[in-house]
Design a protein around this ligand. Structure first.
Ligand code: NAD
Ligand code: MLT
Length: 334
């Protein structure tokens, strides 16, 4: 009997019996990327939870058949093939912001809810951006590597102050505005570009709105905080690098490809700009990329959200979302 109920498509069309008190027939959740203990404990209270990471597309497609919910971070690719292999799945919960690793269209066609945790890691991502900016200003990663190699090279690592400098922020959403606020605390002037925010809002934040070209021409540091879309792909490209100050330094802690990797490698190698910091890449990890040869580029392996606090926050949000939907309720962030 259970099997008949289990194969009936989405939750609303064919509810399965669920007894939260007796726990007789527990729904099943697959967690396919690492999730914090706090989030797991919340889910385990009511559901059968399996944590299986590192699955290939075909392994995940085979496994997913029996599950009611899938919880992921950025590692799992939830492709159309995976979604078409589901028969009970009601919700995909992304413990983080970006849902670019989920085929949302395919999920929607099957009536599967896709939800995320848009707030839990924004301060961590903003702090990582500031850490990247200070590392660029003072050559900390290169100086550290040089000392570890037994050297004492003080002349090579002359830096700059950020005090009084112009920071260009492209994308003034949750993370972009938090970066701007922190940079204002360092006495930087903020120029911002975001076609979707009002002049009043920018004014309230003390940000001077400008075009991408004006930012490219005037900023000492430029940081991008948009999603990756048709409009934002290569928003900083050869044309923009060509009008930047020679002393400009650029940062991407958002999504690989918002800054053209090819144009950036060229601008760094030719000395057209002074430095760059990347946390995200078109391919993660970046293999055979011209970027890897640039000494004036510093990199971190997608660590923006990798703090204890952020991972607990996003896991709790996703556990709440999944619990609500599996109990017949709604998802706040869908
Ligand atoms: P958000 O949705 O709050 O803000 C994005 C902003 O970009 C919005 O204000 C939007 O109006 C703006 N925008 C959209 N199209 C634009 C365009 N063409 N030009 C300029 N601005 C445009 O998102 P958020 O939470 O601030 O996240 C920003 C980015 O950071 C996302 O790509 C997210 O996936 C990424 N992120 C990365 C990490 C990490 O680990 N490195 C962690 C969290 C988030
Ligand atoms: C996100 O979109 O939240 C980031 O990519 C961080 C992550 O979950 O790794």
């Amino acid at each position: 009997g259970l099997n008949i109920l289990r194969t009936g498509g989405n939750w609303l069309k064919s509810p399965r019996p669920y007894h939260p008190f007796t726990g007789d027939i527990k729904m099943k959740i697959l967690v396919s990327d690492p999730l914090s203990e706090e989030g797991l404990a919340m889910l385990q209270k009511h559901f059968d939870v399996d944590v299986i990471t590192g699955l290939s597309e075909s392994e995940l497609s085979a496994k997913i058949v029996n599950y009611d919910a899938l919880v992921i971070r950025s590692g799992t690719q939830v492709t159309r093939k995976v979604i078409e292999s589901t028969s009970n799945l009601k919700i995909i919960g992304r413990a983080g912001v970006g849902i670019d690793n989920v085929d949302v269209e395919a999920a929607t066609e099957k009536g599967i809810i896709v939800t995320n945790a848009p707030e839990g890691n924004m301060l961590s991502a903003a702090e990582h951006t500031i850490a990247m900016m200070m590392s660029l200003a003072r050559n900390i990663p290169q100086a550290n590597a040089s000392m570890k190699a037994g050297k004492w090279e003080r002349k090579n690592f002359m830096g700059v102050e950020v005090n009084g400098k112009v920071l260009g922020v492209i994308g003034l959403g949750r993370i972009g505005t938090e970066v701007a606020r922190r940079a204002q605390g360092l006495n930087m002037t903020i120029m911002g570009y975001d076609p979707y925010i009002s002049k009043e809002k920018a004014q309230e934040l003390g940000i001077k709105l400008a075009t991408v070209k004006e930012i490219a021409e005037n900023a000492d540091f430029i940081t991008v905080h948009t999603p990756l879309t048709k409009e934002t792909r290569n928003i900083l490209d050869t044309e923009e690098f060509n009008v930047m100050k020679k002393t400009a330094r650029v940062i991407n802690c958002a999504r690989g490809g918002i800054i053209s990797e090819e144009a950036l490698a060229e601008a760094l190698k030719s000395g057209r700009i002074t430095g760059a910091a990347l946390d995200v890449f078109i391919n993660e990890p970046p293999k055979d990329s011209p970027l890897l040869e640039c000494d004036n580029l510093i990199m971190t392996p997608h660590l923006g959200a990798s703090t204890e606090e952020a991972q607990v926050n996003v896991a709790i949000t996703i556990a709440e979302e999944v619990t609500s939907v599996l109990n017949g309720g709604t998802a706040k962030n869908a």
